[in-house]
Design a protein around this ligand. Structure first.
Ligand code: GAL
Length: 543
């Protein structure tokens, strides 16, 4: 606007009518350019994302409907000897496959501007591969969901892999244990970019590789139930990182120029404190612990290779065990180049902190022993409905600061944050307190410490199937009655609090948006045009 006033001033000061007409012509161009630059944007990628999150297996149900193939979780919950706490399955879950329109209305009531969901790979490719055939009905479900979101002004953020691997790929070559999976994942990603990429502008390749690697292939507590912390966890992680990089590069080359979306990966970890704050060894152990969780994945994604601490420690332990080479695989030069910088934003799932104590551990336990750390929790930290989750709001701020410093302040989206209880009560003041404190710390990281936080998603939109804990731990801000076949939903107090909180945030945020790169360019063009106009008006030209 200031530039516009400058033009008016110039016009009124023009010494004759010819000059005034030239200047009017030029000013019209300049003003048009400036008006374009200040036009209110629709839901742009630059807007702070306030959302809620879910995943396909945890909410959809319809496990064998409309041509969907089986996932490793469909098999895992049926396997004899598998310990799902209440012996439940997600066969029906929240019935979101049928009730997606109702879910979108819930989102609308909450006033969120974005929604994070995941796509079930075996729902769209029942055998996991293109050769095995595309399930058009499955794809249509996600097209419908995305259309419904957009029609309600809600930006979709889609996760390609939230742990429900097509069972066929596990049966054929042990899933992520084999590099044979990489081209199949890339085919699947390509199919989704093709079918949904005109509408979905935020993509995540993987949700929490650490969890499905360590719990799924290391401890056997999650599907596929493999127990090998010594070698398999490192191989699985290696393969998924290579698959991530290939999917990222594919999007970058073949889709991004036209679709203009962003691709990232979502990582989890704790902000770790030294158990003994005056022990240098414990301080180093705390750093190392975060390198063995976050940086195991984020160092390859940002720097192209595993953390030195992991390479050295696992290398030394492998040598001491008489192995010819390290149990931690190596990336080729080409893979390093493909990985380095393979993320447009950092996806962070954050829940809890922990304490690290330095201790040299035995040499045969694999992943945990490789770290030489004893990990504990401070007994004074308040608990939740999940033994692993202690309420430590400072941790999300410190975790964001730690990651932002290490990776040069990348755009960061908190893709999950939330707390559980064991009864699913709608009078959940404890959850309101949790969100107020955690979001407050995220805001502090953003405003005070200038971390580039660009979004926040509450886990979860609704109570759902909590993996090995079945329906015994509830994270939803919306309650679901699992005893009623209709699975009715009810807003909890925390949902109402979140609704009011983000409404206030969006109102205060609106006028203070930072100028977008495009606007700066157009504004600069406007100013140049004005300067050109001034030169014209002073020159002796025939019009
Ligand atoms: C995350 C996971 C979610 C959800 C949440 C609460 O690890 O991505 O699916 O289960 O934890 O435990």
């Amino acid at each position: 606007m200031r530039q516009f006033l400058n033009i008016v001033n110039l016009l009124s000061a023009a010494p004759n009518s010819k000059m005034a007409s030239r200047m009017t012509f030029v000013a019209a161009i300049a003003v048009t350019l400036m008006l374009i630059s200040s036009a209110p944007a629709q839901c742009t990628a630059e807007e702070f994302l306030w959302g809620t999150a879910t995943s396909a297996y945890q909410i959809e149900g319809a496990w064998d409907v409309d041509g969907k193939g089986m996932s490793i979780w469909d098999e895992f919950v049926r396997r004899n000897g598998t310990t799902i706490k209440d012996n439940s399955t997600a066969d029906i879950a929240c019935r979101s496959y049928e009730k997606y329109k109702e879910d979108v209305q819930l989102l609308k009531q909450l006033g969120v501007n974005s929604y994070r969901f995941s796509i079930s790979w075996p729902r769209v490719l029942p055998n996991g591969t293109l050769a095995g055939g595309i399930n058009e009905k499955g794809i249509q479900y996600y097209v419908n969901l995305v259309d419904e979101l957009l029609a309600n002004g809600i930006q979709p953020l889609a996760t390609l892999y939230h742990w429900d691997l097509p069972l066929t790929l596990q049966n054929e070559f042990q899933g992520w244990e084999s590099e044979q999976i990489i081209p199949h994942f890339v085919d699947y990603a390509k199919l989704m970019f093709e079918r949904l990429g005109d509408k979905v502008k935020w993509w995540l390749t993987f949700n929490e590789p650490w969890v499905f690697t360590v719990l799924g292939y290391g401890l056997g507590a999650h599907a596929p139930g493999t127990k090998d912390l010594v070698n398999t966890v490192y191989i699985v992680s290696h393969n998924l990182l290579r698959a991530h990089a290939k999917a990222y590069r594919l999007y970058e080359k073949d889709f991004k120029p036209r679709q203009q979306g962003k691709v990232g990966i979502t990582l989890n970890g704790a902000y770790v404190l030294p158990k003994n704050t005056s022990s240098e060894l414990d301080k180093k152990a705390a750093q190392r612990s975060m390198e063995f969780s976050f940086s195991w994945y984020s160092d390859p994604v940002y720097f192209g290779d595993y953390p030195e601490e992991m390479k050295t420690r696992i290398g030394n332990k492998s040598a001491a065990a008489g192995l010819p080479k390290s149990r931690l695989p190596e990336f080729t030069a080409e893979e390093k180049a493909e990985l380095k910088g393979s993320s447009d934003f950092f996806g962070l799932n954050y829940y809890t902190s922990s304490l690290a104590e330095h201790k040299i551990l035995s040499n045969d336990g694999g992943y945990y022993d490789d770290q030489d750390i004893v990990s504990t929790m401070d007994p004074s930290w308040p608990g939740s409905g999940s033994p692993w989750l202690k309420v430590t709001p400072f941790g999300i701020r410190e975790g964001i600061k730690w990651l932002s410093a290490r990776y040069d302040n990348p755009p960061l989206v908190v893709t999950e944050n939330g707390v559980s209880d064991n009864d699913g009560t709608t009078s959940d003041q404890h959850r309101i307190d949790f969100y107020r404190e955690y979001i407050g710390n995220v805001t502090q990281a953003k405003n005070e410490f200038k971390c580039n936080v660009v979004g926040y998603f509450a886990w979860s939109l609704m109570d759902n199937f909590e993996w090995a804990e079945g329906y015994t731990e509830y994270f939803g801000i919306v309650a679901v009655d699992f005893n009623d076949p209709e699975r009715p939903r009810t807003l909890k107090d925390s949902a109402k609090w979140y609704r009011d909180f983000i409404a206030a945030e969006m109102t205060t945020q609106a006028p203070a948006t930072t100028p977008k790169a495009g606007s700066i360019v157009t504004a600069a063009l406007g100013v140049l045009t004005m300067a050109f106009g001034l030169a014209l008006s002073l020159a002796k030209l025939p019009f």
